[in-house]
Design a protein around this ligand. Structure first.
Ligand SMILES: [Zn+2]
Ligand SMILES: [Zn+2]
Length: 248
């Protein structure tokens, strides 16, 4: 069992202590985990939430691994809107070996945050822009994983018809397959009103039919009490449960 999307105390929105996460992961039988702290560099985000001290974070991961040799820990980053903050992000991460690097779209051009509870469903225009931003991200940034594609649906209470964006999603998948980028199956939406994994099974099927094989699982957990054994979910959706080879 593995989980490549977890947030701890270097993320502004998580209170999880690394040591407690490692202990719980070992107790639950995880073989591998990745901490993927937020690196959000759009000016208003950096101003409001600060930028994590990367050198300290790097050493923190190294110490956690040394103290818990029973499990493999990857020291990763979730870079928010990487394609819009690329030069700055590259400058900050230079000299480190963060892995995996996950890219995620959180903020639209008009500053709509699609990763939090929205008071209404995204408009058609916003939905199209969201996927175009993802296409830009996978095309222009060196990432290992594309995080939570479709994140804005977590708080929807019903499935909706989005066939109008399928052509863009196909373009995203095509680039990902050519560039060996993992598609994350994000589990957090299972516990929110949507009650479904994202991307949904039919999206995963589309990815597979196009020749996509690289799938990564991430719970996107920010609270220790929400970090659980995922075996039954992986079985339910026929998802890979063994740590990924390329991550070795
Ligand atoms: Zn995210
Ligand atoms: Zn996250």
């Amino acid at each position: 069992m593995y989980d490549y999307h977890l947030h701890t105390e270097y993320s502004f929105d998580s209170m999880i202590k690394g040591k407690e996460l490692m202990e719980k992961a070992i107790r639950l039988g995880y073989k591998e985990i990745a901490i993927t702290e937020h690196l959000d560099l759009l000016p208003f985000e950096a101003k409001n939430n600060g930028i994590p001290a990367l050198k300290k974070y790097w050493n923190y991961c190294k110490n956690l691994q040394k103290e818990h040799p029973q499990i493999t820990l990857h020291c990763g980053l979730e870079i928010g809107d990487y394609h819009r903050t690329k030069d700055y992000a590259l400058e900050l991460i230079e000299g480190f070996d963060f892995f995996p690097i996950m890219g995620s779209v959180h903020i639209l051009e008009d500053n709509t945050n699609v990763a939090i509870l929205l008071n209404k469903q995204l408009s058609k225009e916003h939905t199209i822009e969201y996927y175009k931003q993802n296409l830009d991200l996978v095309t222009n940034c060196d990432i290992n994983i594309l995080g939570h594609l479709g994140v804005y649906k977590r708080y929807y209470s019903e499935r909706i018809d989005e066939s109008f964006v399928y052509p863009i999603i196909k373009d995203i998948f095509e680039v990902m397959i050519a560039r060996n980028i993992y598609l994350e199956v994000n589990l957090s939406s299972l516990y929110k009103p949507y009650q479904m994994i994202i991307p949904e099974p039919e999206m995963l099927q589309m990815f597979k039919e196009m020749g996509g094989t690289l799938i990564s699982i991430g719970s996107d957990t920010h609270r220790l009490d929400k970090f659980e054994d995922n075996t039954s979910i992986l079985q339910r959706f026929k998802l890979p449960s063994e740590p990924l080879k390329r991550f070795r």
